[in-house]
Design a protein around this ligand. Sequence first.
Ligand SMILES: *Cc1c(COP(=O)(O)O)cnc(C)c1O
Length: 365
Amino acid sequence: MPRPIQATIHSAALRHNLNRVRLAAPDAQVWAVTKANAYGHGIERVFDGLRAADGFALLDLSEAQRVRALGWRGPILLLEGAFEARDLELCSRLNLWHTVHCDEQIDMLALHKTHEPHRIFLKMNSGMNRLGFAPQRFRSAWTRLNALPQVDEISLMTHFSDADGPTGIAEQMARFAEATCDLPGERSLSNSAATLRHAQDAAVKADWIRPGIAVYGSSPDFPAHSATDWELRPAMSLNAQVIAVQSLQAGDSVGYGSVFVADRAMRMGVVACGYADGYPRVCPTGTPVLVNGQRGRTVGRVSMDMLTVDLSPFPDAGVGSTVTLWGQSAQGAVLDIDEVAQAAGTVGYELMCALAQRVPVVLAD
Ligand SMILES: *Cc1c(COP(=O)(O)O)cnc(C)c1O
């Protein structure tokens, strides 16, 4: 028997979440962001749940090839564009739309031989300071691109640095609006946080939104809002079983470093999940879990293949009991990945992306 640990990808949750973001921006087209192997869920596994999207946005050419191999004929957008001239050949061959964020990418396009002109998303750096043309250089980049025979329609794009927090998006929106006011083309501005938190702002919803994390059912602005607050459902669950039970006396410790010491008699469950499965080692004693669907807590240090949970409140639990590390339990209870991420000092994104290769994954509706 394989180790009793399993991740489940829920197609119905993906469909629900996609609908949920559409409700926030009913007139926008939706790029389902599936970079990083669909945030760790697996491109092939999310495809069915997300096929109602208007397009797939990702970064790796190999991932674009995988989406085409699934039979998707609609739009695919490379969010970072071409990394070298050769990439443009694949863009031509697979009809990939691509971002242009720097002069070097325009140089590559100018030298590219293609029968079909390319659909471009021209990126402005409106304040994030990672990728894109500064507002004062945006128009000249557009003009140069627009003159190339290799270029078809040009859409205008930017990315927010603070859509999830108190700083908000107003300043970046204003810079973008000012520098693009008389340029034609579709606009794409919003990630999940902008789409959900700034849904009242008309400009946010135009013409393409780019939700990632919300589609996977994690809140873009936890703890200000939980996934439940946003009416999102977890698309990934991680469940494992108790493989041993230890009875501790007061003064007994658990695991490496003996960091947890029992102050009274306790029952401890040893669970077949560790940091080599993608569960963060830094999660301290008290990180929430579900034991047979009921809320419990970890104790002691997470090791490579195991972690320990307090079974004292669950007299019926023992070897074979299911422990939900995040997502849905068989009983239907939900533990937000964002709560576990918070205990680890990180965000849900990182946990889902880090699900380890060795964890068997099943697809459910
Ligand atoms: C990853 C990414 C997104 C999606 O962001 P979420 O916070 O997951 O919604 C949108 N746009 C760009 C350019 C990205 O790189």
